[in-house]
Design a protein around this ligand. Structure first.
Ligand code: ADP
Ligand code: MG
Length: 631
């Protein structure tokens, strides 16, 4: 529980971080003055020029690491090509200033365009793969770009690189360069901050948390990954361009893949989970490099390694998470009597709530009669989902064989069958996670056979998985809210504040599934049953007309099962949803379903009303057979 609690930064921790950011901003503004004061006080040991140079370096590294963290921290992508875009930025400035004798500042304007273009093209290639294979492709791309920079003597200066750049006179003063870098960095950080808090940023977080879930709420994961990869490359280009302006050179090592260690270490030190993290990390890193590294050059790597190890083990959220760490420590040691009273009151409140729920369940158990809810007869209703001759084989094994079935509008349709009957596979075919080997699927009058999963989700088919599938490190409210953003395509907007959009709607929906009290908890902290309820809420948030539930009560206690199915029935009635679910628990099936399809060995064995199916001798035989096998 404590580890999970550490998942979401606390509001007090956030206030401390804002304070820290303000302090950092003021310090950055005062660096030239502070450096001068220090030099006057200790003329033998401090050089103001050098201190300002280091501060420039810290700013550029902070910008670069923040752009890297757009991928690592916000999207969960590990790229080994980020140094290449940094290097490309530096070369753009160097080549424009040196080869073409143009103003270096024009080079800086071109750097993000060039780096972004390289990012887009190479990203298209790297994103043909996911996770480790994506990382390996970025590594290959980075080697390729390095080799080009290394070998192309006429253009890039080959292994020597390009040195002694000429920059405009107005920029040549150390303090002016510093303020110029600070201004460009601040502008870039502001832009990136806007992006990560926007609906677009919300989509990235959803992808980081759960790629599969993200596409089932309607996000085209690869498109978002390509977009952020390009944006990260673009800002890396700015950082590299700034580097060339203060260090007056560009050389192939900048592009070398090992150079990526720098933004990784900086982001980890500072903290990947917070926007401020990499900036803070860059300050700490620069300090370590120049004070440990200068005095004990041989020990620098050991010290750095030990510190990174310590940070990752003790405070996985990096330095920037220390406020939360200390707040938790403090609350553990200073448990005041009032705190305990609050807790008692809370648990009394919980007891009351539980009582209310059980009352609601008891009364609904009397009221809800699946047969009574049935209109004139299922055959009169329109067909919402039409599955025709659907088959899927895995190698030699035919998991689903020529399955046809119709789901009527507003029906509560169950699919039952022993383990391995092909129920989950059928669901995966309908929702587009798997492509059928043969057959077709029509939904709401459209043929959706072979559509990508996110398109099918958009068309109105929601699902809950056999293994509960949520965004664990987002808050319960964000789970619902971001799904709404994704579904309504608001997530293409890279500005605006994601957490303020649809907030009310999300809260109302959470109230209606009984999760209102938990809205601000990390979703991973919820009990199993509540996570299922959250999945339902997500599906409703997506405006799904048809809800596919794969064993909705798997792993629940009888009480939780009753509560969950009551919720499902109520939501289906209130919101006019059509349900297609598979389930092992026969009480659940016969208590909820209006139509039952029985599957066995990938085929449809029979279909009918719960009564008909219950009395079918074949059905009794396969279930008895299963019982015997398990005994
Ligand atoms: P159910 O959900 O009814 O228990 P499944 O659809 O999960 O059944 O599985 C049906 C059959 O297909 C099983 O024999 C299972 O081993 C096989 N199967 C399911 N998914 C795969 C897969 N990705 N690769 C190979 N075989 C699979
Ligand atoms: Mg299954």
């Amino acid at each position: 529980m404590d580890r999970l609690r550490a998942l979401l930064p606390s509001a007090r921790g956030d206030r401390i971080r804002w304070g820290l950011a303000a302090l950092l901003a003021v310090t950055i503004l005062l660096v030239p003055n502070l450096a001068q004061v220090a030099e006057n006080a200790f003329p033998d040991s401090v050089s103001a020029r050098f201190a300002i140079f280091l501060a420039s370096q810290a700013l550029v590294l902070g910008l670069w690491a923040t752009s890297f963290n757009l991928m690592l921290g916000y999207t969960g992508m590990v790229s080994f090509a980020h140094a290449a875009y940094y290097g490309i930025g530096a070369y753009t400035v160097a080549i424009i200033a040196h080869n073409y004798h143009q103003n270096a500042v024009y080079g800086l304007l071109a750097a993000p365009l060039v780096a972004g273009a390289f990012g887009f093209v190479t990203g298209l290639i790297a994103l043909r793969a996911v996770r480790l294979y994506f990382s390996l492709l970025t590594l290959a791309i980075s080697q390729l770009l390095f080799t080009i920079a290394f070998e192309w003597y006429d253009f890039t200066g080959g292994d020597n690189g390009i040195h002694n750049l000429v920059i405009p006179d107005w920029l040549s003063d150390q303090t002016t360069i510093y303020y110029f870098i600070a201004a460009v960095t601040a502008l870039c950080l502001l832009l990136m901050f806007i992006v990560v808090r926007s609906p677009f940023g919300a989509a990235l977080l959803a992808i980081r948390e759960n790629r599969q879930r993200a596409s089932s709420v309607g996000l085209s994961v690869k498109a978002y990954e390509l977009a952020i990869y390009t944006i990260a490359g673009l800002f890396a280009g700015v950082a590299g361009g700034l580097y060339a302006i203060y260090d007056l050179q560009a050389y192939p090592q900048l592009l070398y893949w090992t150079t990526n260690a720098q933004p990784v270490v900086i982001a980890l030190l500072g903290g990947t989970g917070s926007f401020l993290g990499p900036v803070l990390g860059a300050v700490i890193y620069t300090y370590l490099q120049n004070f440990v590294g200068k005095n004990y050059p041989n020990e620098f790597d050991i010290v750095l390694g030990a510190i990174v190890l310590g940070v990752v083990l003790i405070a996985p959220g990096g330095f920037v998470s220390l406020p939360d760490f200390f707040l938790r420590l403090r609350s553990r040691f200073r448990r005041r009597p009032e705190d305990e009273r609050v807790e008692l009151v809370e648990s009394a409140g919980q007891a009351m709530a539980a009582l209310e729920v059980s009352r609601a369940v008891a009364s609904s158990a009397v009221q809800v009669d699946p047969g009574a809810a049935e209109p004139a007869g299922p055959d009169q209703r329109a067909t919402l989902l039409k599955v025709n001759g659907l088959s899927k084989s895995f190698g030699g094994l035919v998991a689903v064989r020529d399955v046809s079935l119709n789901v009527k509008q507003g029906d509560r349709h169950a699919i039952i069958g022993p383990n391995g009957a092909g129920k989950s596979t059928l669901f995966n075919l309908i929702t587009g996670r798997l492509k059928p080997s043969a057959g077709s699927v029509e939904f709401d009058g459209r043929t959706i056979t072979g559509w990508a999963d996110y398109r099918i989700a958009r068309a109105g088919i929601g699902r809950a998985f056999q293994i509960t599938n949520i965004f664990p490190r987002l808050s319960v409210r964000q789970n619902v809210q971001y799904s709404m953003l994704a579904y309504r395509k608001v997530t293409i907007r890279p500005f605006g504040f994601a957490d303020r959009i649809f907030r009310e709607e999300a809260s109302d929906l959470l109230e209606s599934v009984g999760l209102g009290r938990y809205a601000e908890l990390a979703a991973g902290q919820l009990s199993h049953g509540d996570q299922r309820a959250l999945e339902l809420a997500i599906s409703i948030a997506l405006g799904s007309k048809l809800l596919l539930l794969d064993e909705p009560t798997a792993g629940m206690s009888p009480y939780e099962t009753q509560k969950a199915m009551e919720l499902v029935r109520r939501l289906a009635t209130e919101r006019g949803l059509t349900l297609l679910f598979c389930e092992h628990d026969m009480n659940v099936v016969f208590g909820t379903a209006q139509t039952v399809t029985v599957m066995h060995l990938g085929r449809v064995l029979t279909e009918g009303s719960p009564q008909q199916v219950r009395n079918n001798p074949d059905v009794q035989r396969i279930y008895l057979g299963e019982l015997e096998a398990s005994a």
